[in-house]
Design a protein around this ligand. Structure first.
Ligand code: CA
Length: 224
């Protein structure tokens, strides 16, 4: 799983990175509120561990902004003061759980695992993803646009699913490669453009409204 840690205390940030990496997670660390907001808002993490007291912008505002942008990544808030007020503010801002500092690493891991399990369950529950008249059915492994059944290769299906899970959100070529071609070491630099071209041919060609958009100089998004 891909986890973002937003923590300005270097030693704690490094410790969290080490402990989570040992559990085979991929970990990025941001040290300020604005950096954390930018990274969580533009990348697609499975979980964000967010300190409340941060330079630039506090964790509560970061969390609130993420939810305003419709980023639904689970957030585990780290609060230094065990006051009810901080916890309530965090949860009201859209955090999913909180940990009071100082905490034991075992407890942190237990909370992280619970949030990741819950997220996976939610993702599995949503068997159908829909963008406009385009529907992707994960269980049947089928894609339809309107009443037309569309035949996709496994990679095309994975790419479309990734786009559809982030409707309206621009995804960079790097993000797409990381998610769709993660284990293919031979993925070429233009593989994303090539597959977007294949997908467009199957999803958008012949339809009045095109769903896959190019965001010049950045990447791609799907939008209804
Ligand atoms: Ca802090």
């Amino acid at each position: 799983m891909h986890i973002l840690v937003v923590e300005d205390e270097q030693r704690l940030g490094a410790l969290l990175r080490r402990v989570l990496s040992e559990e085979r997670h991929t970990v990025d660390v941001a040290a300020t509120g604005p950096d954390g907001l930018h990274m969580a808002g533009t990348d697609t993490y499975d979980l964000v561990i967010l300190d409340v007291m941060l330079p630039g912008m506090d964790g509560i505002d970061v969390c609130r902004q993420l939810r305003t942008y419709d980023v639904q990544t689970p957030v585990l808030m780290l609060t230094a003061r065990g006051t009810v007020d901080d916890r309530v503010r965090g949860l009201n801002a859209g955090a999913d759980d909180y940990l009071v500092k100082p905490f034991a690493m075992e407890e942190m891991l237990a909370r992280v695992n619970a949030l990741l399990r819950r997220r996976n369950r939610d993702l599995e529950m949503s068997e159908e993803i829909r963008v406009d008249d385009l529907v992707l059915d994960q269980v049947r492994h089928e894609v339809r646009r309107g009443d037309r059944l569309i035949d996709l290769t496994p990679k095309e299906f994975a790419l479309l699913e990734f786009l559809m899970r982030h409707p309206g959100q621009v995804l960079t070529r790097t993000q797409i490669t990381d998610h769709v071609w993660r284990y293919d070491l031979d993925a070429l630099s233009n593989v994303v453009d090539t597959y977007i071209h294949y997908l467009r041919d199957k999803i958008d060609r012949g339809f009045e409204r095109t769903l896959i958009r190019t965001v010049r100089g950045v990447g791609y998004k799907i939008q209804d």
